[in-house]
Design a protein around this ligand. Structure first.
Ligand SMILES: [Zn+2]
Length: 79
């Protein structure tokens, strides 16, 4: 049987809890950033009339649904 002092057991427990919380936080942040990146890829703002719209086609410069102006997909960097 493994003998461990109560204070050591508490420290091991604390380290396990903090490691678990850190892993959950890092994974949640990674998932959130990935979803935002996917959403930004299809989101456009028209340079002429200013409306924001979503375009899921493969077209590099999709037309605006309101005015028909072609808008280039902007790649937004992480802030
Ligand atoms: Zn427009």
């Amino acid at each position: 049987m493994i003998r461990v002092a109560l204070s050591q057991l508490f420290i091991y427990y604390l380290i396990a809890i903090l490691t678990g919380l850190l892993a959950i936080w890092v994974f949640g942040d990674w998932r959130r950033k990935r979803k935002e990146k996917q959403a930004r890829r299809f989101h456009l703002v028209c340079n002429i009339c200013g409306i924001s719209y979503e375009d899921r086609t493969d077209d590099d410069i999709p037309p605006c649904p309101k005015c028909g102006a072609r808008n280039e997909r902007a790649t937004l960097r992480d802030l």
